[in-house]
Write a protein that binds this ligand. Structure first.
Ligand code: SER
Length: 349
């Protein structure tokens, strides 16, 4: 008998850290972690197997399928928005071809197992593209089907992969004689706002000014924010991001009226972010040096998202509003993190 597991790609990244420590604490399923980077020791002891390898490596994916019975894939690996603009074609390869490989793997597993393998895909507010600041101010809480005109390679990749997943969930092999819906991939998407973790700092994103500002202040380092003070984005504390993935995974399929869901928790401007940080770290040196391209990217993302569909269909409700995110999670956890001898370690599983 092959062991039933969840497969987590991009396991060493920000969401991966939080998700793995949560799943390991629950302890009811094996965890196979895949990442192109060597494992952070902090997650290594939480997983059944850590595989250092590339999602573009077909042979590697084939070996994983041969060994394990996969219940759910959390496909977290991707190149974020700013980094992707430095090499758009490579980003396309990783973000799109990598996702295609995993979808195919999930489709094959579903057919072998005779049941739908779940595929949880984190998408992003980067799929939206508001043409002007007036549109951004006027549109308020953006719904899933509006303003889908991304201006970054990352946003294009995420939007296209949402469609690819829909194809694999509903139409893959539609010409085949044994075409059967009950063994199609069970594809589910969460569009995340900017995420803030007390444990890790994101790399290569464009919402990174928030978490970077906070981590720099906690370390006593000066920080030059790369967007204007009035720049507004939705953000979410990492525990809520992990919670949303696990809740959407658990939701009965018959309750889901769509494949793609916004999730929100709070919105704030860069200036308000700075004020929150200064309340906790009054000595912090935070200045503004807007970067024109990164500013334009953030200006095209919504100031807030409408997550009423997620609330109605699977009971989405964040635990952390702005006040709780900073005072009950970020500030205490970040102080604790930088007081530890090994800053890269996370709480034990
Ligand atoms: N945080 C991502 C980025 O900045 C957006 O989802 O690229």
């Amino acid at each position: 008998m092959r062991k039933e597991v969840v497969l987590i790609t991009g396991a060493n990244g920000e969401i991966g850290h939080g998700l793995i420590s949560h799943l390991a604490k629950q302890g009811d399923v094996g965890i196979i972690a895949l990442d192109v980077q060597p494992a952070d020791p902090a997650i290594l002891h939480c997983v059944d197997q850590y595989i250092q390898g590339d999602i573009l490596d077909h042979m590697l994916l084939g070996r994983i399928v041969a060994e394990y019975e996969i219940r759910t894939i959390f496909h977290l690996a991707s190149i974020l928005s700013t980094k992707a603009e430095h090499n758009p074609e490579t980003a396309h390869k990783v973000n799109v071809e990598g996702t295609l490989n995993l979808l195919r793997l999930a489709a094959e597993q579903s057919q072998w197992q005779g049941r739908r393998v779940k595929f949880l895909y984190p998408s992003s507010i980067a799929v939206y593209g508001l043409p002007t600041l007036e549109d951004k101010a006027r549109s308020g809480r953006v719904r899933e089907d509006d303003w889908l005109m991304p201006r970054t390679m990352y946003g294009c990749n995420k939007l296209y992969c949402e469609h690819l997943g829909r194809y694999y969930a509903h139409h893959y092999r539609q010409m085949a004689a044994d075409f059967a819906r009950q063994t199609m991939v069970d594809f589910r998407v969460i569009r995340f706002p900017g995420l803030i973790s007390a444990e890790t700092v994101p790399t290569g994103g464009t919402s990174d000014y928030g978490p970077e500002m906070l981590h720099a202040a906690a370390k006593g380092q000066p920080y030059a924010c790369f967007v204007r003070p009035d720049t507004c984005l939705p953000f979410m504390a990492m525990p809520d991001a992990v919670k949303s993935l696990l809740e959407l995974e658990k939701a009965p399929i018959e309750n889901l009226t769509r494949l793609v869901y916004n999730v929100g928790s709070f919105s704030l401007s860069a200036q308000e972010f700075r004020e929150e940080v200064l309340r906790a770290f009054p000595q912090a040196e935070i200045t503004y040096e807007p970067h024109p391209t990164r500013q334009a990217i953030v200006d095209s993302w919504p100031a807030d998202v409408d997550d009423s569909q997620a609330r109605a269909d699977w009971g989405w409700q964040p635990d952390y509003d702005l006040d709780k995110a900073f005072n009950n999670y970020l500030i205490p956890a970040i102080r604790e993190r930088y007081a530890r001898p090994q800053p890269s370690s996370i709480s034990p599983c």
